[in-house]
Design a protein around this ligand. Structure first.
Ligand code: NI
Length: 382
């Protein structure tokens, strides 16, 4: 029987193959083909779920409980600047979040579990999920029935700020509710020298942007986590004309679902009345993203216990304001999401992001063991 260390070369090779040919969310056609091919070569069963992109595999004898492991497979619209010999050959597309690493980790876990298939106390379904970056891949897999019969789900992300060999998670909220907003401000265009003949939408926008920052600081308790960032301002195209319209775009992040529900109404009221005060109109368009990612206490503790047994230095992490569409699974099932150190000098979504490949084999071994021990625990408790 081959040990995982014999497979390190293969996993690194696969990671680099994925890294060289990254594909954007919902366009992971070649990536899907490669994953299916590699799993097929190892005689691992692929479930016929009719997915456009993404692969769901299953290992086990059919009897006993079923649990799931999830990797994401999509890349980002970023031009890579890492200087690696295996850097992206797809112009303007890059695995800048390490989903290539996640895929090779779960491929490694799949191979390790396949070798022990006859001894498993149940079944392990492995989700190679598309479109995490656009926050709609998890829902596609759920709608396709990927969670049917699954009792517990685990997933993980590489953490560039942690050294290799370190592990972090927490019970309760880990990632935030993610919402996107657009604000359309409609004033009245005029000559820049005669602003009194118009309604200056740029000045209105400036007041709105400033006032929006009072929501986190004045509208909610200081003990709640609320971040509001305006990330785009579009308006005007020359120096001597006051534009009719300005568009703003941005995001709100929260952990408390009740607070999240109050935000759109508070933004709407603020912008409507500020705009009206100047004789302009403002309209809010709200786009709800993934919900807060809430780890089950029992399973978060279990992931840490197994990580310690596998030799990781384990941290209890504080909640983060980023989003993760794994949250959708945890609204259907218990489970936990974990972070594993990848020691990149540049962070996630940076053009020079360059995670260590040394985390791949230990993480593959970790998820394989986590799956085996979870099945044993579920069988014991049944
Ligand atoms: Ni990511």
């Amino acid at each position: 029987m081959k040990t995982l260390d014999d497979l390190t070369d293969k996993l690194v090779l696969w990671r680099r193959e994925l890294h060289q040919y990254p594909e954007l969310s919902n366009q992971e056609f070649q990536t899907t083909q490669k994953i299916a091919q590699w799993l097929g070569d190892a005689h691992i069963r692929i479930l016929p779920l009719g997915l456009k992109t993404g692969v769901v595999a299953e290992i086990g004898t059919g009897a006993g409980p079923t649990i799931a492991l999830r990797a994401d497979i999509d890349a980002l619209p970023i031009q890579e600047q890492s200087d690696q010999p295996f850097s992206s050959r797809n112009d303007g597309v890059m695995h800048a979040c390490g989903h290539d690493i996640h895929t090779s980790i779960m491929l490694g876990a799949a191979l390790a579990l396949k070798q022990r298939e006859s001894t498993l106390a149940g079944n392990v379904r492995i989700l190679f999920q598309p479109a995490e970056e656009t926050f709609n891949g998890a829902r596609q897999l759920i709608d396709a029935g990927a969670l049917e019969g699954v009792s517990v789900i685990f997933g993980g992300h590489n953490a560039p700020d942690l050294p290799v060999g370190e592990f972090g998670t927490r019970s309760g909220p880990l990632h935030a509710n993610v919402d996107r907003f657009e604000i359309l401000i409609n004033g009245k265009g005029a000559h820049a020298a005669r602003p009194e003949q118009g309604v200056d939408s740029i000045v209105v926008a400036a007041h709105i942007i400033t006032a929006l920052q009072t929501l986190p600081s004045r509208a909610f308790s200081a003990l709640e986590s609320v971040v509001l960032s305006v990330t785009r301002i579009t308006g005007g195209n020359t120096w001597n004309v006051l534009p009719q319209q300005v568009e703003l775009e941005g995001t709100v992040r929260t952990h408390n679902t009740d607070i999240r529900a109050q935000v759109p109404e508070k933004i709407g009221r603020l912008i409507e009345h500020i705009a009206a005060g100047f004789g302009a109109q403002a309209e809010l368009r709200w786009h709800a993203g993934p919900p807060v990612l809430v780890n089950s206490a029992e399973w978060a503790d279990f992931t840490k216990e197994i990580a310690a047994k596998e030799g990781y230095r384990v941290h209890d992490q504080p909640p983060q304001m980023g989003g993760e569409d794994f949250a959708f699974y945890l609204h259907h099932l218990p489970g936990a999401f974990v972070n594993i150190g990848s020691a990149s000098a540049f962070g996630l979504h940076h053009p020079q992001f360059d995670p260590s490949e040394a985390l791949i084999t230990p993480a593959a071994r970790y998820f394989s063991r986590l799956a085996q021990e979870t099945l044993r625990k579920l069988t014991r408790e049944q």
